[in-house]
Design a protein around this ligand. Sequence first.
Ligand code: Z5A
Length: 228
Amino acid sequence: MNGKLIVFEGVEGCGKTTQIQLCGEWLQSLGIPVVITREPGGTELGLHLRRLLLQKAEGESSEPSAFPIADRAELLLYAADRSQHVEELKPILAAGKIILCDRYTDSTVTYQGYGRGLDMNLINKLNTIATNGLKSDLTFWLDVDAEVGLARKHKASAPAAPAKGDRIEQENIAFHRRVQKGYTELAASHPERIVRVDASVSVDAIQRVIQKILLLKLDGWGYKQIKS
Ligand code: Z5A
């Protein structure tokens, strides 16, 4: 049996990382082989690209000072990260494992398309090239207002000296609202793949919803070796 690619999407601070971790532990407890990964940065090459893409503001990091990255260059760097990632995911899927991935193609549509305003045809073409046809089997969209997500992130950073954040976190609220609108429209256009989960509630309540949906899916996909 081929594995499945399950993607978690949403605005910054929506809780993807938290939910993926819980979900991974739960799947493991059921005896289901699971691999956790992310974009950008799910491969060795990707880690280098992530450092370039998410460089901190000047003076915020030990990395070299921030330098400009043009919007189309940023788009191509995300595509390069994805292309390498997909190649390395293929054997994992061939081994029948479940992959939990923090962001995938929808992030490019929402951030570079809705956020930066780059041409959607170009983005879709690049997504097709970079994924080599690998589509998500299920995408959880953790839906929370952009303001709430950003507030969660700021609360998490050192309260005495709140970090300025990386290149994308520094974008203004209008940018993050456009990203949120992107997710709303994507979910409406792809109901067969994208499941909206209310992410404004507690961590435990969100996890319960995710597990309920996943149990049904796993059964349909033939993961019968679930421990009771
Ligand atoms: N990007 C792009 O532009 N184009 C692309 O194609 C791709 C990516 C693939 C990745 O950054 C960046 O790359 C991203 C888009 C861009 N933008 N930025 N910046 P990242 O991986 O560093 O960050 P992120 O993906 O935005 O995730 P995040 O900021 O780490 O947030 P999160 O994973 O969604 O949330 P979290 O870490 O689980 O939770 C954040 C905080 O909220 C933390 O303190 C939690 O304890 C708290 N939390 C979590 N859930 C809750 C609930 N339910 N209630 C209250 N508090 C909560």
